[in-house]
Design a protein around this ligand. Structure first.
Ligand SMILES: NC(=O)c1ccc[n+]([C@@H]2O[C@H](COP(=O)([O-])OP(=O)(O)OC[C@H]3O[C@@H](n4cnc5c(N)ncnc54)[C@H](O)[C@@H]3O)[C@@H](O)[C@H]2O)c1
Length: 549
């Protein structure tokens, strides 16, 4: 199998090294319906919808191209407006009290804990780990390590929610009453028919964790993943079914955004967890009358404080945060504020970053195709940032040489534009400099001692508050920044980063009443359940009935 896989990839002029490393000769798991080793124009794989426990095709299919060479290697359902009625009916028919709640079908909490345990064990099998890594790499080409990170995160999370931990999500809180027979108990109740919408960049982690989180709390979920990568979630669902998840707990649909918008409106989705761009987030918040939780755009900053330490490590982390998976993470470092101590010749953080960025390559998939910013659009935006007074190109800025990435995607060098902090005081320049370019691009901002208030002012004017890093071991500096900012997931200290939140961390934006979260018990309860108070008052009644009031 290994030689077949390598030969096939080579015959299509594929980037070989990282994929070859993945082709261990392990057969695809029995529950899988695609094989990442054979996905090709010669033998395109086919995706399927899942509704009410049955897998089915749509009348039309959508071609999905291999991001590394533009060949159609996948055909998925292109579900049309006149085919969505079954999804609408299913969503609308879910009881308001959900599939389970603390009073109804509590066996399901136990069952779901068992499913998580069995799913984690399945994902520990070398052939299953390898299968998911290779499949992610085919649809969202990222390095073996980056793709492996998703599998590790999901597996650990499934372990965390094995056994009694699903049940414990529905833990209630009680208080003694005013008299005998009275007590008050707060319960976590589901919403009913809900949905999860996720983008292309984490084909397994976000959709897998959010869909299961919805079900844990008693909801029935309809999941829609960007169809460029949704084949991964389809396979994950097939794996979950093989370890006991009821097939009707999660419906799954391949369609474009407007079609799913219609499903949500007509199915009266009681709650939608949207992960993706700001534009769609804001549209859904209005369309769905606020019944949303949002994991929206990320324009993420990192501040290098006045105290310089661990320079090699800080540079390595900054490169990783800005350019891992070519910056296509909501948590990618978009703006790096550099105290003047970090740009002195003996420290030269910019030179270090340039050297690290220069080592990244498409061959190794340490630089990757950019799936939502074609090269031309990327370079045009870079030019707009370069037009800011005082701006200069720090490194990168060119299209990659000798690549086969199709023109609808981007193939560019890891790039940084450097500007002085004063430039951010000009509103039009600020607006240009803080656009979330979902690719290998960051803005480096120079600031001097005494200009910390300008840095804080800038980070608070940014529209998004998802992740941030404060690189300093000075508690007063850290506190000054923490006290005057609101970012949802913030790392502070010499090892501060913006990306790579493990599943024991809350991950999500802050400072917005619509803010959702992922991973933790608190995130799951907040997004997928609401509080209900039951006051038990069973008597005995008093011997004398009180006077009327
Ligand atoms: N905050 C987070 O945790 C997080 C995580 C990952 C990505 N993101 C953000 O996602 C963005 C990148 O992804 P993108 O540009 O592909 O996002 P996008 O908003 O274009 O698409 C996201 C999903 O929404 C669907 N969609 C589009 N229009 C819709 C509509 N009207 N109704 C229902 N669904 C609709 C898409 O088909 C896709 O599945 C970035 O802004 C990034 O910061 C955020």
């Amino acid at each position: 199998m290994q030689s077949h896989c390598v030969a096939m990839l080579a015959s299509r002029g594929h980037v070989l090294r990282p994929l070859r490393r993945a082709c261990h000769g392990l057969a695809a798991p029995a529950w899988a319906t695609v094989d990442p080793a054979t996905l090709s124009a010669a033998a395109p794989a086919e995706g399927m919808n899942l509704c009410g426990g049955s897998w089915a095709k749509a009348k039309r299919t959508q071609d999905i191209v291999d991001p590394l060479n533009g060949e159609v290697f996948l055909k998925v359902p292109n579900t049309a407006m006149d085919e969505i009625e079954p999804y609408i009916q299913r969503m609308a028919a879910v009881p308001r009290s959900g599939l389970h709640n603390p009073f109804k079908n509590p066996e399901r909490y136990v069952m779901l804990g068992e499913v998580c345990g069995a799913a984690a064990r399945e994902m520990f099998k070398p052939e299953v780990t390898d299968f998911f890594i290779r499949l992610i790499q085919r649809v969202a080409p990222k390095s073996y390590a980056q793709a492996g990170g998703e599998i590790k995160a999901v597996r650990t999370w499934l372990q965390d929610f094995s056994g009694n931990n699903v049940r414990m999500l529905a833990e209630s809180q009680g208080l003694p009453g005013d008299h005998v027979g009275q007590s008050t108990v707060g319960y976590r109740m589901p919403f009913g028919g809900v949905s999860v919408i996720t983008p292309f960049n984490f084909p397994l982690e976000i959709c897998g964790i959010q869909s299961l989180s919805a079900v844990f709390m008693g909801n029935q979920c309809t999941t829609k993943v960007d169809w460029k990568v949704a084949i991964v979630m389809e396979q994950f669902l097939r794996m979950l079914h093989s370890v006991g998840l009821p097939k009707s707990d999660i419906d799954f649909i391949y369609c474009d955004g407007p079609v799913f918008n219609e499903v949500l409106l007509r199915g009266d989705a009681k709650m939608t967890l949207f992960t993706g761009s700001q534009r769609v987030a804001d549209k859904l918040a209005v369309d769905l009358k606020g019944k949303v939780k949002l994991e929206d755009a990320g324009f993420d900053w990192k501040i290098l404080g006045p105290d310089v330490m661990d320079v090699d490590y800080v540079a390595w982390q900054a490169d990783h945060d800005a350019y891992g998976f070519a910056g296509q993470k909501c948590s990618a470092q978009s703006m790096l504020f550099m105290h003047e101590n970090w740009t002195k010749p003996d420290v030269d953080i910019v030179g270090r970053l340039a050297r690290l960025a220069g080592q990244r390559s498409l061959k190794e998939l340490t630089n990757c195709p950019v799936l939502t910013w074609p090269t031309e659009k990327f370079l045009a935006h870079m030019d707009r940032v370069l037009a800011i007074p005082g701006a200069s190109l720090a490194f990168g800025g060119k299209e990659l040489a000798d690549h086969t990435v199709p023109p609808q995607y981007g193939a560019v060098e890891p790039t940084a534009v450097r500007i002085p902090i004063e430039a951010l005081e000009d509103p039009p320049s600020f607006e240009v400099a803080t656009v979330e370019l979902f690719g290998p691009f960051q803005v480096l901002v120079d600031y001097k001692e005494g200009q910390q208030s300008k840095v804080i002012e800038a980070i608070n004017r940014m529209p998004n508050h998802l992740t941030a890093g404060i690189v300093s071991n000075n508690p007063r500096f850290i506190n000054e920044v923490l006290a005057n900012s609101i970012t949802g997931t913030t790392y502070a200290g010499a090892r501060a980063r913006t990306t790579g939140a493990p599943v024991q961390h809350w991950f999500g934006p802050s400072g917005d009443v619509r803010a959702g979260g992922i991973h933790t018990k608190h995130a799951i309860q907040l997004c997928w359940s609401s509080h209900r108070e039951v006051i038990y008052d069973v008597g005995p009644v008093p011997a004398e009935i009180p006077a009327q009031s």
